[in-house]
Unconditional design. Structure first.
Length: 217
């Protein structure tokens, strides 16, 4: 008889970032008020699950998102450097094409190879460390469920890797919204299903509608 284990990859909630920079691994970037609500919503979505391990990226926003999830199950938050955000040479800068660092010719030398990508951590390396983190969590929670709180790009690359798809992609088409859950189900060590849910979808819609209303006021 096979053993069923689920590893949930939870993206952190919205971050307070009024200047709109690419914050990457920079310290001091914490959840916004909305992001804190998203963390609570994720905890509610996982409250009835058989969670026996909660693991977080070392960055503040991930740990903040993990905290209510762990509290709901009476568990500590374990830190795993393998599921941290990807490196990026544009960290700390605005990256808009028309109004950010990408308009500067000095930045173009980093853009020569989108397949790697040349401006940050190679997708192959990112996939390998995320795969290792998922495997460790699966082993720790064997027969139960684990929650790994990480970041959009690492989670998306982990999913592409699990689905044996090419890593090169359009960032605008990643299915990995704020505080979303990408859940990997295993029978023993064999991946048998991937599901995606957005517990905070209504919060995101309400925030977007409020922002549009304020803009039009």
């Amino acid at each position: 008889m096979s053993t069923r284990t689920v590893v949930h990859l939870l993206r952190h909630g919205e971050v307070f970032n009024p200047t709109g920079v690419l914050y990457g691994r920079l310290p001091g970037f914490r959840l916004s008020g909305l992001g804190e609500q998203m963390a609570v919503r994720a905890a509610e979505a996982l409250a009835d699950r058989d969670v026996t391990a909660v693991v977080s990226s070392p960055l503040e926003r991930a740990q903040q998102t993990a905290t209510p999830v762990a509290a709901a199950h009476g568990l500590p938050v374990t830190i795993d450097d393998r599921i941290v955000e990807a490196t990026n040479v544009f960290e700390g800068s605005r990256v808009g094409v028309g109004d950010g660092v990408l308009k500067s010719p000095k930045a173009w030398r980093h853009l020569w190879n989108p397949l790697a990508p040349s401006w940050g951590e190679h997708y192959v390396d990112l996939a390998a460390r995320m795969r290792s983190g998922v495997t460790a969590a699966r082993s720790a929670a064997r027969g139960h469920e684990a929650v790994l709180v990480s970041h959009q790009l690492p989670i998306w690359i982990a999913r592409l890797d699990a689905e044996q798809r090419r890593f090169v992609h359009d960032p605008r088409k990643r299915q990995c919204g704020l505080a979303s859950l990408t859940s990997l189900t295993f029978d023993d060590d064999t991946l048998v299903a991937i599901t995606y849910t957005e517990p905070s979808a209504d919060l995101v819609r309400a925030a977007g509608a409020s922002a549009q209303k304020a803009k039009g006021a």
